[in-house]
Write a protein that binds this ligand. Structure first.
Ligand SMILES: [Ca+2]
Length: 429
């Protein structure tokens, strides 16, 4: 289904109520078209079907239920908060096979005790549509969706997950990292970090995730949305990639990490990321940082080679490392964001490898770093480097409001070519 007309505050502020969306269903089974915006970040645009679609006078094609794309209740799920719906949801996904379809979740609460496995190799979009639906995760390590990897280097493509509220129940394992909305990897019945796989055309929109456990010291390390791949040996001959990922309009409450779209592994890592977009999102770990741990509100890159990215109109708070971390894009835009009260940096730009293409050029525009609590000293904006050339950076109309501690507003390290640094509209250098 297509959703239009939802609204998001220009910049969310701490303590505000959950973002509320109004929406209008104008079409089911949308098709998608990649378009380029002015700064070359590619995002997915919904388009209407062509006028040559069969008319209503055509002979109806009837199949017995359940058929691929039926409501999940046709497969035995009950939105009643009383019975386990895992098998029914899995059956609905399996019925779609690789051919895609829309699985609607009627309003109500569904219990999920094991991660739902998503297939590789879709030929069309598989849409999980859950406006009004609440997914209640009951396992000790609460996860909703995982990739079902059955061979090395498979491609998981064409998924849309929209409208759900996912309740992680403040459950957590004794230790170790995991993903809540998605996307760890299943091999048989065992769940791992996603590795040796590719991801293409994934849209996550208008989802809310609540009651995600947070540990200030990484006793456990939940990542609410984790679009991730890795390889375990340096310089592997077969590359893996993550491409055309859009996360939009999601509110994420708790967890050490909010939206993580990265590839992490030994250098040089044979993974690329390209056309990654995060818009209109909200994440707060929920705990004031007392020590460093691997924790970011929004992170794109890490040790993968990165093409174009956008992070815009997002709010982040109380990460135990950095609010927004961007690593080595060929072209990046971080705009209209507010990040506050992180342990080290509100904004951090660095590079662990060369960009995917070119020397790299990125602009931070109309962003605010704010510290209103007495938190360990760090930096509002750190434009740093880890060894590779960092390219040209534009710092355009940025604001820092640092009221506490040993914070400094700016740290621009060697290897950076500045296009200009404008603070509150005034050119500083
Ligand atoms: Ca049920």
């Amino acid at each position: 289904m297509i959703v239009t007309g939802f609204t998001v505050p220009a910049v969310a502020t701490a303590g505000t109520q959950p973002v509320r969306y109004s929406y209008q269903v104008i079409q089911e089974k949308p098709t998608y078209q990649a378009v380029k915006s002015s700064y070359s970040a590619v995002f997915l645009r919904q388009v209407r079907p062509s006028s040559s679609a069969p008319s209503s006078s055509a002979t109806p094609f009837v199949k017995p239920l359940p058929i691929p794309g039926s409501p999940v209740t046709a497969f035995g799920a009950t939105a009643n908060d009383a019975s386990d719906d895992t098998a029914a949801i899995q059956a609905a996904v399996d019925a779609c096979g690789k051919g895609g379809g829309t699985i609607a979740f009627p309003a109500g609460t569904y219990l999920v005790s094991r991660p739902i496995k998503l297939p590789a190799g879709n030929s069309e979009q598989l849409v999980l549509s859950g406006y009004g639906a609440r997914i209640k995760l009951t396992a000790t390590t609460p996860r909703f969706l995982v990739w079902n990897r059955t061979a090395l280097h498979q491609t998981f493509r064409k998924f849309t997950v929209e409208g759900f509220t996912v309740d992680a129940g403040n459950k957590h394992p004794a230790s170790g990292a995991y993903s809540v909305l998605g996307f760890d990897m299943a091999i048989g019945s065992t769940i791992y970090d996603a590795a040796y796989l590719n991801i293409e055309e994934v849209t996550l929109r208008n989802c809310t995730v609540v009651n995600v456990a947070t540990s200030a010291r990484s006793a456990w390390n939940p990542c609410v949305i984790n679009v991730f791949t890795t390889q375990w040996k340096p310089a592997e001959s077969t590359w893996n990639h993550i491409e055309d990922v859009l996360v939009q309009g999601c509110r994420l409450e708790g967890g050490s990490r909010g939206v993580n779209i990265t590839a992490n592994g030994p250098y040089p890592l044979s993974c690329t990321l390209d056309r990654i977009t995060i818009r209109d999102c909200w994440h707060d770990t929920g705990i004031d940082p007392v020590a460093f741990s691997a924790s970011t509100n929004y992170h794109v890159g890490q040790s993968g080679r990165v093409g174009t990215i956008e992070v815009s109109n997002c709010y982040g708070a109380r990460a135990f490392d950095c609010g927004i971390e961007i690593d080595q894009p060929s072209q990046g835009l971080i705009s209209d964001c507010l990040v506050e009260n992180c342990y080290f940096n509100e904004y951090y730009y660095t590079n662990f490898q060369a960009p995917l293409e070119g020397a790299g050029e990125t602009t931070f525009r109309d962003c605010t770093a704010r510290v209103t609590q007495p938190i360990h000293g760090g930096t509002g904006f750190t434009i740093g480097w880890e060894g590779e050339p960092i390219g040209v950076i534009g710092l355009d109309n940025l604001r820092t409001q640092l009221a506490y501690g040993t914070k400094v507003a700016w740290q621009v390290n060697g290897g950076v070519t500045l296009k200009g640094l404008y603070v509150d509209g005034v050119k500083v250098r």
